[in-house]
Design a protein. Sequence first.
Length: 202
Amino acid sequence: MTTPRPNVLITSAGRRTSLVVHFQRAAHRRNAQVIAADSDPLAPALLVADEAARLPLIATSGYFDALIELVTGREVGVLIPTIDTELQFLAEHRDQLAALGCLAAVSSPGLVRATGDKWLMREMFAGSGVILPRAWLPGSRGAVGAKQLPARVFVKPRRGSAGFGAQSVAREHLGSVIAGLKEPIIEEILEGQEVTVDALLG
């Protein structure tokens, strides 16, 4: 049985100083430390963490070896990823990390893949009975003409994060907007208070 490891590693920590501090409050009560890692040695979060570490960019060939060395050398028991581009890689390697006594706080590879594609995510939610706004893929079978759409719609790229390209658009301007987006999704606009939920599933 693998011995539990006490410390927390936050990857791509960047400017997430408040995140580091919150984890420190919990970790210190358990005599554990918070390690912040980033490819940028001047990342602010590295300055407030208990320990700082350099990791290469996740797209480089030496990333996983460097990560394993960090996990084993610093007794990391929990790994907290912070950017979307890390999730698929870490999901695919979470069993290897678990074998070292490190829990990667990331969903299963299949779920990460689905949530990285907003249309697949819609299908996943719909299959679970979640009520969703109406949506259309331009040019797909079943797509409707612009005149059949609501007066205003919400447009966003099928893949991507951080709200890039997401915007409310009047129907008469829809053609020019979606022409500038890669694989756009068109949705009806829902009025009301926005609620954001962070969840770790599967």
